[in-house]
Design a protein around this ligand. Structure first.
Ligand code: NAD
Ligand code: UD1
Length: 310
């Protein structure tokens, strides 16, 4: 699978993307990053590295996507508005990035003759359907937010390109990924980045809802190994793959663990649950374990400790 051309990582200046770039560089790949720096930062990436090209541009711009793809051997498509809440507030601009951008990637790959693409879909596509049980990939989809609608549509377009144009999409439905470089600066940021930063800085925390909602949190380092396997495997089987650990943690439990690591918690207030928020989300990860090699996953406590000490 490894060819001379670079791997194009869209969204490579962001949280997950920058860890993937590190992983690819460490394995000897050349990498080209396309990012509009809406939430990502070049400072997330190593400076002055051979084999790393940076392009500032928007995946909604066909010409930028097409020129960025020239000479690449594969694509990891991670660029998106990652916040579910941002998509509720502004569906149109989210759609430009998350849907139009994905379609542009598919078309540019077809024209360039590039086959392999990783796609960062989301557990959000299941909506409330899996609540109360571990969600497997065949669970009926019930997207409840513009974010989830666009992610599901992106998956379906990739399926179309697989049938029609022999693209080789490896579609992953990430559950809640956390770790260093997840930006805590917006109210829409990932909950662990906000809670750990605020706990460390003794700033008041807001819990939307009663804190009994649950998530399946995955440490980013455990995800990167899987993504690189998907780039390297000889053949990608059809069908999206959940990336979760089948571990359920409530926000109240999360706060308790963070409190025990930082030696106490700041004041916590409750606000109304967010529109479109999913109550319980936990992966059935049998397909992941059948298709990919997975080392012992990082425990939530160890991942939080690494994040807090990093
Ligand atoms: P992030 O915001 O840190 O990364 C997204 C990156 O994409 C940023 O660098 C941003 O600047 C860039 N970007 C956004 N719109 C763009 C555009 N139109 N053109 C070019 N670049 C653009 O978020 P993340 O958590 O690293 O998410 C990466 C991917 O994984 C996203 O597709 C997200 O939907 C998906 N995902 C994340 C999680 C999670 O828990 N973090 C879970 C499920 C899926
Ligand atoms: C997250 C990801 C999304 C991904 C989905 C997959 C981010 C920003 N979002 O969405 O890309 O597709 O997982 O499962 O990475 N909360 C608080 N207080 C806060 C912030 C959040 O109580 O200050 C609550 C939210 O209301 C929600 C929970 O924490 O109930 C998780 O929120 P968030 O981290 O934004 O993640 P998801 O919405 O699950």
């Amino acid at each position: 699978m490894r060819k001379a051309g670079p791997i194009l990582v869209t969204g490579g200046a962001g949280f997950i993307g920058s860890h993937l770039v590190d992983g690819l560089l460490a394995k000897g790949y050349a990498v080209r990053v396309l990012d509009n720096l809406s939430t990502g930062k070049w400072s997330n990436l190593p400076a002055g590295r051979d084999r790393l090209e940076l392009i500032e541009g928007d995946i909604a711009d066909v010409d930028v996507v097409e020129s960025s793809m020239q000479g690449c051997s594969a694509v990891a498509h991670l660029a998106a508005v990652a916040s579910v809440q941002a998509s509720v507030e502004d569906p149109v601009s989210t759609h430009r990035s998350n849907f139009i951008g994905t379609l542009n990637i598919c078309e540019a790959m077809r024209r360039a003759g590039i086959k392999r693409v990783l796609y960062a879909s989301s557990a959000a596509v299941y909506g409330p359907n899996g609540e109360g049980q571990a969600i497997d990939e065949d669970t009926p989809k019930a997207p409840m937010t513009p974010y989830a609608v666009d992610k599901l549509a992106g998956e379906q377009y990739l399926d179309f390109y697989r049938h029609q144009h022999d693209l080789e999409p490896a579609i992953f439905r990430f559950f809640n990924i956390f770790g260093p470089r997840q930006d805590p600066s917006s109210p829409y940021s990932g909950v662990i980045s906000i809670f750990t930063t605020y706990a460390r800085d003794a700033k008041p925390i807001t819990l939307f809802g009663d804190g009994e909602q649950t998530r399946d949190f995955v440490y980013v380092g455990d995800l990167i190994d899987l993504l690189i396997q998907a780039l390297e495997m000889p053949r990608v089987e059809a069908g999206a793959v959940n990336v979760g650990l089948s571990r359920s943690t409530s926000l109240n439990q999360l706060l308790e663990t963070i409190g025990s690591l930082v030696g106490g918690l700041p004041p916590i207030s409750n606000a109304a649950a967010r529109a479109g928020d999913i109550r319980h989300s936990r992966a059935n990860n049998s397909r992941l374990l059948a298709r990919y090699r997975m080392a012992e996953p990082t425990s939530l406590r160890d991942g939080l400790a690494r994040l807090l000490n990093g």
